[in-house]
Design a protein around this ligand. Structure first.
Ligand code: HEC
Length: 263
């Protein structure tokens, strides 16, 4: 097989077009992941905690409990009353969110402080969830358990098949560079292994947030290594490679030796 630098210009252009488009696509994917994960824990950038919130959820607290301070302010409730109200609501959420508890403890609070903005009619205007019935309140009192298994399977299906193909082509191009064969061997398998680590990390993190490392390491190694492979292929094709990356040309040496010997 000819290596990349020996290809004709049209062949090089074909590979170059592919590499540019796919690398831009992968960068978009990374940027998308960044904006959807960054800051979930209130800190800038993607942290381990953000990944835990995405897949394990934030099980200490429901949406209802998280927004209470803001909503108490909205409702103009004096600060002295906050702890008592918060405690009543926390107890009800943690205690299983029973219908009886809703009727006796929760409904009166909502009626007095919240329904002026959270009635069915007002919620349409303000784009907030209605809190007019037991079911309404239960929906916002649900503890957040992270991404659903359905969503994981769906995302996995798209991710694994698309990236599998891209990694294969990236690796195939990389194999036709003049890079040292040991580097090639390690490099071509890495994106696949990293993707598997990432994917299994989603399911493991949903069980136990300590596994969020899998997602972070897998994500950091899969697409970036494939992009690196394609970048090196591009250089080898058009410009050439630095010496330390190159395989020593042992296979071509004997031919020249033989030819000069017979001449
Ligand atoms: C002055 C109007 C107003 C009052 C009073 C009010 N809210 Fe809200 N609430 C909003 C608006 C507007 C939103 C949507 C925007 C937002 O999340 O800040 C909202 C959103 C929410 C959400 C959903 C948050 C999310 O992230 O989806 C919950 C839960 C909530 N309020 C609970 C309450 C409770 C409980 C009370 C009473 C203690 C209350 N609200 C009082 C206006 C109000």
């Amino acid at each position: 097989m000819r290596s990349l630098h020996q290809l004709t210009v049209p062949e090089k252009l074909l590979h170059t077009g592919f590499i540019f488009l796919v690398c831009i696509g992968l960068l978009c994917a990374e940027a998308y992941l960044y904006v959807t994960h960054a800051g979930l824990d209130g800190k800038t950038g993607v942290t381990l905690k953000d990944i835990q919130i995405s897949y394990y959820g934030n099980r200490d607290s429901s949406k209802l409990q998280t927004v209470l301070p803001t909503m108490f302010t909205n409702a103009g409730i004096p600060k002295e009353q906050w702890p008592q109200l918060q405690k009543t609501i926390d107890t009800w959420v943690v205690g299983g969110q029973t219908k009886a508890g809703y009727e006796t403890d929760i409904k009166p609070i909502l009626a007095q402080h919240c329904l002026m903005c959270h009635s069915v009619a007002m919620s349409k205007q303000l784009h907030n969830p209605p809190l007019a019935s037991y079911e309404d309140v239960k929906a916002v009192a649900k503890v957040d358990t992270g991404m659903s298994y359905n969503a994981m399977l769906m995302t996995g299906m798209v991710h694994l098949t698309m990236l599998g193909l891209i990694f294969w082509v990236a690796g195939w191009l990389f194999l036709q560079t003049r890079v040292h064969s040991q580097i090639k061997a390690i490099s071509v398998i890495t994106p696949f292994a990293a993707m598997l680590l990432d994917f299994s990390g989603w399911f493991l993190t949903k069980q136990n947030p300590d596994f969020a490392w899998f997602v972070l390491i897998g994500g950091a190694l899969s697409c970036p290594i494939a992009m690196l492979e394609m970048g090196v292929a591009l250089f080898d094709m058009w410009i050439g490679l630095p010496k330390f990356l190159m395989q020593r040309l042992v296979t071509e040496m004997p031919k020249t030796v033989v030819r000069t010997a017979t001449a």
